[in-house]
Each structure stands twice: as structure tokens, then as C-alpha cells.
Design a protein. Structure first.
Length: 170
């Protein structure tokens, strides 16, 4: 009977730990100025955000209770040099006037721990979010990995598989 309760307590603690590490764990974090994009009410408005790894070309429309966003993820040359995208997760962060994160949402993802060749990836996105009160800007972050493997899944060179991990923190 005692072992049963210990197991339940361990399960509850594990579930709590998973829940507390959700996508909004960055709320309250001050973002880097180069991560921020000013946004205007109404629209549609066009915008672009870019790093050395990816670029986001998007259009948005911002009404009081809804932020509609659609666009395209563009891999930059240093990522395109690899033949396979193992995974990529991009998040959108709503910010206040000081650049502090108010909420975080998944914007786009690919790969899910299974390598996909670029030809099989849909790089378009379309999302709707409820922007929190006090929203003044938006920022982005990402993490991903690309690799160099042949079409049959085997490494091209005898030296093994080439991998590149890349990320951007807001």
C-alpha cells in the first residue's frame, strides 16, 4: 500500500514538472532589442525578421482580441548547406513596451525528431493568437538542428554525419 502512494506522489511531481516547463516559461524575461519587431494595430501589415539562420516574412492583422499572422519560414544559406532538417521549432513572444515577454506561443515546427528533407517541409504558417493586455511588440526565438545525410539516410562521407545545432534566444 505504501509503495502505491509513493508511486502516485512521484507521478504527480513528474506531471507538475512537465506542466511548469511549458511554452510560457519565458514570461517576464527581457528580450534583446534585435529580437523585437514593432507592431501596429489594424492591418494587414507586412514585416520581416531575420537572423543568420532563418528569416520570417509575414503579414499580420491586429485587432483588440486577436492577432492573425501568416507567412513563410526561410532557411538561410548556412542552414541550407545541410541536406536534412532534423527539427526546427519557432516561437512567437508578445512583448510590452519595455520588451518584456508577456506570453509565448508556438509559431511553426518541423521535424519532430525525425529527419525530413527540405522538399517535404511546408515552410508556410498561419496562426491566430489572443494578444495579452499591454502588448506593444512581438519577438521570435527558435531552436533546431540540420544534418548532412544521403537520400538513403547514410552519411555521405566516411567521417560520419555532419550536424549543425542552431538557436536564437529572445
Amino acid at each position: 500500500m505504501r509503495i502505491h502512494w509513493i508511486g502516485l506522489v512521484l507521478l504527480a511531481c513528474s506531471l507538475w514538472a512537465c506542466a511548469s516547463s511549458g511554452v510560457n516559461r519565458s514570461v517576464g524575461v527581457l528580450t534583446k532589442p534585435e529580437s523585437r519587431v514593432d507592431i501596429q494595430p489594424g492591418g494587414p501589415h507586412a514585416a520581416r525578421w531575420q537572423t543568420l539562420d532563418i528569416a520570417l516574412d509575414f503579414e499580420y492583422q491586429w485587432e483588440q482580441t486577436q492577432f492573425d499572422m501568416r507567412g513563410t519560414v526561410e532557411l538561410q544559406k548556412r542552414i541550407q548547406a545541410f541536406t536534412t532538417l532534423d527539427h526546427l521549432r519557432i516561437r512567437a513572444h508578445f512583448l510590452d513596451a519595455e520588451g518584456v515577454i508577456l506570453s509565448t506561443h508556438l509559431l511553426w515546427s518541423a521535424g519532430n525528431r525525425a529527419s525530413v528533407h527540405y522538399g517535404f517541409v511546408n515552410f508556410n504558417f498561419s496562426r491566430q493568437y489572443p494578444p495579452p493586455a499591454g502588448t506593444d511588440m512581438i519577438a521570435f526565438s527558435y531552436s533546431g538542428e540540420a544534418s548532412d545525410a544521403g537520400g538513403d539516410g547514410f552519411a555521405r562521407r566516411a567521417g560520419g554525419r555532419g550536424e549543425w545545432s542552431f538557436w536564437w534566444l529572445p
